[in-house]
Design a protein around this ligand. Structure first.
Ligand code: ATP
Length: 417
């Protein structure tokens, strides 16, 4: 039987530089130069979006090689590169490397999903890895072992790909020289096989990171093939020193747990839940928009934050009585941060004051006192309000999502549904 060695690497970067994917691509090049090829694409796995010590997108990297007479050399290469390139000066950079040479078990898969849904301690990850017979390498606190093991173990029933192109180190921290027109052309030709390239509503080039990391751009897709064409189409006027395609769980909604009632949700979890809109969405100072949804088990405040820009306008179309399914996560203030919602039912009725026999619209006769006609004095009861159907700006069974510029790595865009 063919045996493999799984290698997981995480927590090597800091907000000031490096990127675990770049380090992985350096390792992969070194392995290749020693005649060690990867089996399948390297994997970039996004974990719990609420993890406290993440640098940006909480991504861990893993890859797989044959477990043959070169594994010791491969392990040496991995550890040397992690030691050489990690941002050790940053307090929050605590690299971890895991080597595993067995089969992926269902217990490991459960662990990986927990790393997406919950928080895991370094000790727990260490003990679990040891119980599996993994070789575990902790640098400083070694927090990276949590993500390293999860990125080895996560099953990818759905996956996407990302091509990452890397800059020359001389250019780190400087403005990226990408020809934006060529990105628009690439998007026109390759969407929806590639996606998340551009946020048209904000005129925002999403393939370009805004941090001083080694990434020049990242193009996301459903298949690896289209990425070669996309890379040819994107024109840049600075050197690309390396590039690498990763298989990922990005944009799969793997972080979302479907629950049947609001009270089943916990803080720092990501869910899809159905509820009835309780009140008209309101915008507060700072531009954040909030409203409540409710069901028989309780209620929760939902938020569409300022960075979601025009999405707030869509949210403002919601009315009390509408039934929606919201997708998102419960953050710091126990508010459900909406990534997208699906309309299940629309409340398209408003109740108007009745019209009197004389043709004039009646007015309220006081609280709970029904209606009266100012012209002829006629009176009607409280229940005599007249239902009137109204036009709505939302459609039943349609999804509405945050713009590309505000989208989470794990969030599945409508174009992938
Ligand atoms: P980048 O996306 O730029 O590579 P990052 O946002 O992935 O950076 P890391 O440097 O990987 O950030 O830091 C995230 C840390 O959180 C890692 O040490 C990882 O092991 C840890 N971590 C990941 N998932 C969990 C979890 N569920 N519970 C606790 N810690 C976690």
């Amino acid at each position: 039987m063919i045996k493999y060695l799984y290698i997981g690497v995480d927590d090597t970067d800091s907000p000031d530089g490096m990127c675990t994917t770049f380090l992985a691509s350096q390792i992969i090049n070194k392995l290749k130069s020693h005649g060690i090829d990867l089996i399948d694409y390297p994997r970039l796995i996004r974990l719990n979006p609420f993890a406290r010590f993440k640098t940006r997108g909480n991504g861990g990297v893993s890859f797989k090689i044959l477990n043959d007479d070169k594994v010791d050399l491969a392990k040496r290469i991995v550890l040397d590169e992690v030691e050489k390139l990690s941002m050790f000066d940053c307090d929050n950079t605590n690299p971890g490397v895991v080597f595993y040479d067995g089969e992926i078990t269902s217990e490991m898969e459960d662990y990986a999903f927990r790393a997406i849904y919950e928080f895991i301690s370094i000790d727990e990850a260490y003990d679990f890895a040891k119980s599996l017979g993994c070789e575990v390498h902790k640098f400083k606190k070694g927090r990276g072992i949590i993500g390293s093991l999860a990125s080895i173990a996560l099953p990818l029933s759905d996956c996407t790909y990302e091509l990452l192109a890397y800059r020359s180190s001389d250019n780190y921290g400087t403005k990226r020289c990408i020809d934006y027109e060529s990105v628009y052309r690439m998007d026109k030709e390759t969407f929806p096989d590639t996606f998340e390239n551009i946020d048209y509503s904000e005129d925002y080039i999403a393939i370009e990171p805004k941090t001083p990391c080694p990434v020049l751009y990242g193009i996301r897709s459903n298949t690896p093939d289209v990425l070669f064409k996309a890379k040819e189409m994107v024109k840049v006027s600075e050197p690309i020193v390396d590039w690498c395609i990763f298989k990922t769980n990005q944009h799969t909604d793997m972080h979302i747990q479907k629950v049947s009632k609001i009270s089943d949700m916990k803080q720092y979890g990501c869910y899809c839940v159905r509820g009835e809109v309780k009140n008209t969405p309101k915008i507060i100072d700072g531009g954040h928009m909030f409203f409540y949804i409710q069901d028989d088990s309780g209620e929760i405040e939902c938020g569409a934050y300022e960075p979601t820009k025009n999405f707030r306008k869509t949210v403002s179309y919601l009315r009390p009585g509408d039934v929606i399914e919201v997708y998102g996560g419960i953050g710091e203030h126990n508010t459900f941060n909406i990534e997208k919602f699906k309309v299940i039912e629309l409340n398209d009725v408003v109740f108007e004051n009745p019209i009197c026999e004389c043709g004039k619209r009646m007015t309220s006769a006081g609280k709970n006192k029904g209606f009266k006609c100012k012209k002829c004095g006629n009176r009607l009861g409280v229940d005599d309000k007249v239902p009137v159907k109204i036009e709505r700006d939302l459609e039943v069974l349609r999804f509405y999502e945050t713009p590309v510029s505000a989208r989470r790595h794990l969030s599945k865009p409508i174009c992938r549904f």
